[in-house]
Design a protein around this ligand. Structure first.
Ligand code: HEC
Length: 315
């Protein structure tokens, strides 16, 4: 604590180093790069904290929360450096909560801490001091959190905007994505916490991908192309998390199917960007074709790194 270092873009720089391989260890799963030494890999990577989310009943509000939920899990949201390192909001706030095992060179002090708000809290602004803070549980009691969440306070949106654009040096988020992230954080609460932790599975990641693609279609229907494109990126992130666990040589057929499915999403994203009407039909067709893909992946799951025993042996 208290060391001097260049303040601007500290987080982006640290992530760039990690992405460039300077500190990256040769490990199968990306998330292992930010596990504190000595962490129980199976407990940290075969399981995830449960998400404490209350789904709103109002359709517009529900849409916004779904957009935020997907964006929260998408490295592209945070821009190039974070995207290359695979870091997203959920890296630190797992399942919308905390991450006691997180330790990233140049960003963390003790495990479970990070310095992300240097330029955001006026008391620290520009002071040039390393000041890692415990990663807060965003699903904890609202009264314990620092940033007021009542919509009328208008505090959460600027805070999240600052995180993305200033701390991570990311691109300007679309208005719907910023609103969605704030609405997602507001919809997390201790009252909605299922017992946990829950296993990390193909089923859960595919369900996330489907939710993100439904949000993409809803964004497209609203004429919101940038949000739709980010939602497709969110779905592709989930496929990537499946892919990195299907490393065994015997799993080549599953890997190929998964990569073909990902290529279809890449093409759909390109169609969205170019404003081709075909894009929505592509996404609908992808969703129709997802169940057989998922069945094939589930059948092979015991031979993948989703199997805690394989993970323990391979990690
Ligand atoms: C590198 C780890 C990391 C990442 C990535 C990260 N956060 Fe955080 N977040 C933290 C830490 C640490 C704090 C506490 C900062 C403090 O107390 O000064 C925090 C604080 C917050 C808070 C304020 C909590 C309060 O007390 O009111 C919100 C909201 C939040 N983060 C949301 C997000 C969102 C949304 C993203 C993605 C855009 C994100 N975080 C990405 C580590 C992270």
């Amino acid at each position: 604590l208290g060391r001097r270092r260049p303040r601007a873009r500290a987080l982006g720089l640290a992530l760039a180093l990690a992405a460039g391989g300077a500190v990256a260890r040769d490990v199968p799963l990306r998330a292992q790069r930010w596990l504190a030494p000595g962490t129980d890999v199976v407990a940290a990577l075969a399981f995830t904290p449960t998400e404490c989310l209350t789904k709103p009943t109002d359709p517009q509000h529900a849409y916004s929360v779904e957009v935020g939920r997907a964006a929260f899990r998408t490295p592209v949201l945070l821009g190039g450096q974070a995207a290359r390192a695979g870091v997203n909001c959920e890296t630190c706030h797992r399942g919308g909560r905390t991450n006691p095992d997180f330790q990233f060179p140049g960003v963390s002090g003790a495990p479970g801490t990070a310095d992300v708000t240097s330029s955001l809290f006026s008391s620290h602004r520009g002071d040039g001091i390393d000041d890692p803070k415990p990663i807060p549980d965003l699903s904890g009691p609202k009264a314990r959190l620092k940033i007021a969440q009542a919509p009328a306070d208008h505090a959460l949106e600027p805070f999240i905007h600052g995180l993305i654009v200033e701390e991570f040096d990311g691109p300007e988020p679309s208005p719907a994505v910023l609103q969605g992230l704030a609405d997602y954080v507001r919809a997390l609460s201790p009252a909605a916490c299922p017992a946990g932790p829950q296993p990390v599975t193909v089923q859960a990641l595919m369900a996330d991908a489907r939710r993100a693609l439904s949000a993409a279609r809803a964004a497209q229907a609203r004429g919101d192309r940038p949000t739709a494109v980010l939602m497709v990126a969110a779905a592709r992130t989930r496929l990537g998390l499946i892919d990195e666990r299907y490393t065994d040589a015997g799993l080549a057929p599953e890997r190929e199917r998964l990569r073909a499915a990902d290529a279809r999403l890449a093409a759909a994203a390109q169609a969205l960007r170019e404003g081709r009407p075909q894009a929505d039909a592509d996404l609908a067709a992808w969703l129709r074709d997802a169940p057989p893909l998922e069945t094939a992946l589930i059948r092979a799951q015991p031979r993948s790194l989703f199997n805690p025993r394989r993970l323990a042996a391979g990690a």
